[in-house]
Design a protein around this ligand. Sequence first.
Ligand SMILES: Cc1cc2nc3c(=O)[nH]c(=O)nc-3n(C[C@H](O)[C@H](O)[C@H](O)COP(=O)(O)O)c2cc1C
Length: 262
Amino acid sequence: MELREAIGRRRSIRFMRPYMPVEPAKIQRMLEAARIASHWGNVQGLRAVVVFRDSAPPETLEAVKGAVAGYQIERAPVVIVWYFDAAAVDDQSDRLRELVAAGAIGVGDRKTEQLESTLIPFFESIREDLKAPGLNELDAGQGIAQATLMAYEQGLGTCCLGTPNREQIREQLGLPDSARVLVLQTVGYPAEHWEAGGQRPRRPFGELFHMNRVGTPFPRSQEVVDELTGAGMFTRPAPLPYREAELEYLRRAIDVPGSGLI
Ligand SMILES: Cc1cc2nc3c(=O)[nH]c(=O)nc-3n(C[C@H](O)[C@H](O)[C@H](O)COP(=O)(O)O)c2cc1C
C-alpha cells in the first residue's frame, strides 16, 4: 500500500474480530517502526508492554480493561500499553555522544569538545525539567504514529484509548516509577469495513495551518487535494448512509453490552 493510501485508511477501528489472534511478527513490525522514529536528543523514552488477551494473566487483563469504551479492550486480541520512561532522560548525555559519533549532529573537529563543554552541561542543568510532558509526549506520538501506519499496512486496525487505571497498570505490568502511562492501543483484525463509516470530520485546513503569520491561512491548492484524493488519502466523509445499520450489525456480531457511548 502506498503511503498516501495508508494514511487515508488509518482510521480508529473500534470493532475487532475477537476470534482472530494477531501474529506476534506483525506486532514486532509495529514496534520496529516505533523504535526508529525521531526523538529529541535521541532520548528514546518511548516504551511499550504488549498484552496478548490469550496469554496474559487475568489480573493484567483486568488492569487494562478499565478504559473508556471498555468493550473495545475486552474484545481486542492485543492491547499495547504505551508509556514514556522519564529515566531515559538521565542517559541523554550518552545519546548525544552517540549522535555526534554517528555524524548526525555537528560539523568539523570541535564538535566533541563543544558537546562536552557547552551542550551537555546545559542539558544537565535543566535535567528534571526535560523529563516533563511536552517534547517527550510528542516523541511518543511520533513513534506510535509510525507503529499505527505499520499496523494498517499489515491489514490490522487499531484504536488509541485513554485510561484512568494508570496505577493499577503500573503495578500489574511492572512499570518503573519513572514511567508515565500514555495510552492503550487496541490492535486486531477489523470486524468493520475499513472505511469505518467514512472519514471522520476535521476542522477546515485554513483554520489549522498558516503561512508566515497566524491569520494568513496556508494556501490550499485544489490540484493537490485532487491528487491526494486520487491516491486514496482523502476518502468519503462520514457518516456513510449505511453506518447506523453497520453499527447495529457490529454491536450484535461482537456482542457489545448495552448501548450508548459505552
Ligand atoms: C491519543 C488518543 C487517545 C484517544 N483516546 C480515546 C478514548 O479514551 N476513548 C475513545 O473512545 N477514543 C479515543 N481516541 C480515538 C479518537 O476518538 C479518534 O481518533 C477520533 O474519533 C477520530 O477518529 P479517527 O481516529 O478514525 O480519525 C483516542 C485517540 C487518540 C489519538
